[in-house]
Design a binder for this molecule. Structure first.
Ligand code: ADP
Ligand code: TZD
Ligand code: MG
Length: 582
C-alpha cells in the first residue's frame, strides 16, 4: 500500500524530484487505459473525477466533455460498437452515475461493449449511510443493469480492475461493465515502478470461439433441405466486422437476406439478394431461416405469429451466446461461436458447388421487391410543402446514395420507421439507431462518437421529440467542431402535431410541442450553421453544404404535422383504453 495523499503533497512541495518516484490512482487509471489502447473518454467532469479527465487529456487521451452523462454514455456505447474496444464513459458519483447508468443498461441490452467508470463517495460513510456528498451504493445499483460490475479499493488493484472490466465488456456476448472508483482510491499513492508493474495489458480480450464441426454440418444440412431459405443479418453481424465472409456466405449460398436496421449496409441495400423491400413476404413464406447475430425478440415478433405466416419454419442461429438458442422458438441448428469463425467455417464447409435455392423462390422475392419499390418511387419524388416524410426522406436517400461514407444516425417514431425503410445504406456500420429498446435520446451522443471514432461525416435524422432528449449536446458538437449535420424532422410533436386536449382545457395535448419551433436557431447560438428548410430542394442544398463544409449544422426541416401515425409502425404495441372509447 502506498502513502496517503497528504504524504505526496508534502513530498512534492519539499522535494519535487522525489515526488516523481510516486504514482497515484489518477495516473494508474490513465496508464492502464492507455496500455490497453483505449485513448478516448466520454464524460462529464466534477467531484471526484475532474482531475482524472484533466490528467487524461494532459496524457494525450481525447477527453470529450458532454452536457449530460446519458449522452456521454451513448457515445461510449457507440464507440464500443464501432471499434470492438470498450467505450469509456466517465461520471461523478450518485446523480452523474445514475445518468450514465441508462446508457450502460442500453449498451448491455444492445450487446455493445462499454465501461462506465464513476467516481464514488467514501465507502465508510456510504456503507453506514451517514449522508456523504452524493452518497450512493453505486456498485449495488449497477449490478442488475449490466454485464459485470467491479469496485477497486487499492491503487495496486487498478491494473487488474481495468483489465477485468475490459475483458468482461468485449468477450463472449459484449455488454456494459460498471467500474466503481471511490474518491479516496484516486488520491492513493504508490511507488511509481511498482505501479507500472501492476498494470495489466489484456491478452486476447475477445478470444475467437470456434463452432463445433457437427454444429456447422447440421446447419448446412438444414439449409440444404430448404426450398425457400432466408438469412437474417442483425447488428451482432455488423459488430463482428466479418464483412467479407458474410458477403461471401450470402453470395455463395444465393439465399435472400434481410438486414435488421443496424445491419443495413453489411451488403449494400441495392444488392440483388437483399430482401429488405420484400420483408413481409420473406418472413411469411420462408421455410428455413438462418439468423446471424440477430435475436428473435420483439423486433422479429419472437419468431412466431402472423408476421411469420403459417408455413412451418426451421431456424438456424449463429450467436456467441448459447443461452440465446431456443429463447423464443425451437432452434433446429444452433451454431454457437463468434460470427467471424462461424461464417468462415460455413463458407468452407459449403464447398464450391453449393446449389442455390430454387429459382421460383428468387423470382417470388424479386417480384415482390419490384412491386414495392415501384409503389414507393413516386412518393419519394413528391415536392409537397409542407414536406411529408416521404418527400423529405426521398431527398436524404439521394444524398446518402451519392455519399455512401456518411454515417446515418436515426431516431424518432415516424422519422425512424420511414427512414429505416427508405434510406438505403451501402457500407457496413453506417447506420446507428435506437437499437433493441427503441430508446429516444441516443441521437447526439451517437453522432458525436461516430464522428470522433471514424472521422466520417455524420447525418443525424431526428424526430423533433427524439432530438429534444439530447439536443443540448449540439453545443458539444460545436465545441469540438465535429462534422455532424442534424436534421430535425419538425412536425410539432410526438408522432404528429395535431392532437387535442380531450378535456377541452387550455393546456395543449400531451404529444404536442410549440408550433413552428426554430431548432436551427439553437445551433446558431453556439456558432454552428442553422438552416430552416421547407422544401426537399432546400433540404438537399443544406445537407450537401453541411457535408461539404464539415461545419456543425442543424437543419430545421418542416414536416406536415398531419403526416405521421401514432407510434409509427409499432402502434399495435400501444394498449388502448376501451372504457374511454365512445
Ligand atoms: P438486431 O437487433 O439487429 O436483430 P440483436 O441485438 O437482437 O440484433 O442481436 C445481436 C446478437 O448478436 C446477440 O444475440 C449477440 O449475442 C450476438 N453477437 C454479438 N457479437 C457477436 C459476435 N462477435 N459473434 C457472435 N454473436 C455475436
Ligand atoms: N422515452 C424514451 C427514453 N424512449 C422512448 N421510446 C419513449 C420515451 C417513447 N417514444 C417513442 O417510442 S417515439 C417518441 C417517444 C417519446 C418520440 C416520437 O416523436 P418524434 O418522431 O418527434 O421523435 P415523429 O417523427 O414525430 O414520429
Ligand atoms: Mg415529431
Amino acid at each position: 500500500m502506498g502513502s496517503t495523499a497528504v504524504d505526496i503533497r508534502a513530498r512534492k512541495t519539499s522535494d519535487g524530484a522525489e515526488a516523481g518516484t510516486l504514482t497515484d490512482g489518477f495516473h494508474l487509471v490513465i496508464d492502464a487505459l492507455k496500455l490497453n489502447d483505449i485513448n478516448t473518454i466520454y464524460g462529464v467532469p466534477g467531484i471526484p473525477i475532474t482531475d482524472l479527465g484533466r490528467l487524461a487529456q494532459a496524457a494525450g487521451m481525447r477527453v470529450i466533455s458532454f452536457r449530460h452523462e446519458q449522452n456521454a454514455g451513448y457515445a461510449a456505447a457507440t464507440a464500443g460498437y464501432l471499434t470492438k474496444k470498450p467505450g469509456i464513459c466517465l461520471t461523478v458519483s450518485a446523480p452523474g452515475f445514475l445518468n450514465g447508468l441508462v446508457s450502460l443498461a442500453n449498451a448491455t441490452t444492445n450487446c455493445f461493449p462499454m465501461i462506465l467508470i464513476s467516481g464514488s463517495s467514501e465507502r465508510e460513510i456510504v456503507d453506514l449511510q451517514q449522508g456523504d456528498y452524493e452518497e450512493m451504493d453505486q456498485l449495488a445499483v449497477a449490478k442488475t443493469l449490466c454485464k459485470a460490475a467491479y469496485r477497486v479499493l487499492h491503487a495496486e488493484d487498478i491494473g487488474i480492475g481495468i483489465a477485468r472490466a475490459i475483458r468482461a465488456a468485449v468477450s463472449g456476448r459484449p455488454g456494459g461493465v460498471y467500474l466503481d472508483l471511490p474518491a479516496k482510491l484516486l488520491g492513493q499513492t504508490m511507488d511509481a515502478e511498482a505501479g507500472a508493474k501492476s498494470l495489466v495489458k489484456v491478452v486476447d480480450a475477445a478470444p475467437r470461439q470456434l463452432p463445433a464441426p457437427e454444429a456447422v454440418a447440421r446447419a448446412l444440412d438444414v439449409l440444404k433441405g430448404a426450398k425457400r431459405p432466408l438469412i437474417v443479418l442483425g447488428k451482432g453481424a455488423a459488430y463482428a466486422q466479418a464483412d467479407d465472409d458474410i458477403r461471401a456466405l450470402v453470395e455463395k449460398s444465393g439465399i435472400p437476406y434481410l438486414p435488421m436496421s443496424m445491419a443495413k449496409g453489411l451488403l449494400p441495400d441495392t444488392h440483388p439478394l437483399s430482401a429488405g423491400p420484400a420483408r413481409s413476404l420473406v418472413l411469411q413464406e420462408s421455410d428455413v431461416v438462418m439468423l446471424i447475430g440477430a435475436r428473435l425478440n420483439w423486433l422479429l415478433s419472437h419468431g412466431k405469429g402472423q408476421t411469420w405466416g403459417d408455413q412451418p419454419k426451421q431456424f438456424v442461429q449463429i450467436d456467441i451466446e448459447p443461452k440465446e438458442m431456443d429463447s423464443n422458438v425451437k432452434i433446429a441448428a444452433p451454431v454457437v461461436g463468434d460470427i467471424g469463425s462461424c461464417v468462415s467455417a460455413l463458407n468452407e464447409a459449403m464447398g464450391d458447388d453449393w446449389t442455390p435455392p430454387p429459382a421460383e423462390w428468387a423470382r417470388a422475392v424479386n417480384a415482390k421487391k419490384r412491386t414495392n419499390l415501384e409503389k414507393l418511387a413516386p412518393k419519394l419524388r413528391n415536392n409537397n410543402v409542407p414536406m411529408d416524410f416521404h418527400g423529405a426522406l426521398g431527398a436524404l436517400r439521394t444524398i446518402i446514395s451519392e455519399r455512401p461514407d456518411v454515417i446515418l444516425v436515426n431516431e424518432g417514431a415516424n422519422t425512424l420507421d420511414f427512414a429505416r425503410s427508405i434510406i438505403d445504406i451501402y457500407q457496413p456500420r453506417k447506420r446507428l439507431d435506437v437499437g433493441t429498446w427503441g430508446v429516444m435520446g441516443i441521437g447526439m451522443g451517437t453522432a458525436i462518437a461516430a464522428a470522433v471514432e471514424t472521422g466520417s461525416p455524420v447525418l443525424a435524422v431526428e424526430g423533433d421529440s427524439a432530438f429534444g432528449f439530447s439536443g443540448m449536446e449540439i453545443e458539444t458538437i460545436c465545441r469540438y467542431n465535429l462534422p455532424v449535420c442534424v436534421v430535425v424532422f419538425n412536425n410539432n410533436g410526438i408522432y404528429r402535431g395535431t392532437d387535442v386536449n380531450l378535456s377541452g382545457g387550455s393546456d395543449v395535448a400531451t404529444t404536442v410541442f410549440v408550433k413552428g419551433s426554430r431548432y436551427d436557431k439553437m445551433m446558431e447560438a453556439f456558432g454552428g450553421v442553422g438552416v430552416h428548410a421547407e422544401t426537399p430542394d432546400e433540404l438537399i442544398r443544406a445537407v450537401n453544404e453541411a457535408v461539404d463544409s464539415g461545419k456543425p449544422t442543424l437543419v430545421n426541416a418542416v414536416i406536415d404535422e398531419k403526416a405521421g401515425t401514432e407510434s409509427g409502425r409499432i402502434g399495435n404495441l400501444n394498449p388502448q383504453s376501451v372504457v374511454s372509447k365512445k
